[in-house]
Ligand binder design. Structure first.
Ligand code: ZN
Ligand code: ZN
Length: 75
């Protein structure tokens, strides 16, 4: 009856998440609110960046971004 893998709260703000607009943090593995669709009004609790070496997209939650001094919004 319980499915702990889904409906887990955001690791940044603690609010329940839309299963579509979430991402997993590369550093702490926490799930958080994130959307790259600017037409959808979903709050972002983290950011996404492109790795210079591997050219892979990776996600950083707001907590880790702050602790790593990556403040500011994605372009
Ligand atoms: Zn959140
Ligand atoms: Zn994190």
């Amino acid at each position: 009856m319980t499915t702990p893998s889904s409906h887990q709260p955001c690791s940044v703000c603690g609010d329940p998440m839309d299963p579509v607009h979430t991402a997993s943090c590369l550093f702490c593995n926490g799930k958080f609110h994130l959307t790259w669709d600017t037409r959808v009004e979903v709050k972002d609790c983290g950011r996404f960046d492109l790795d210079d070496q591997s050219l892979a997209l990776y996600f950083t939650c707001g907590t880790c971004a702050e602790s790593r001094g990556m403040g500011g919004q994605t372009p």
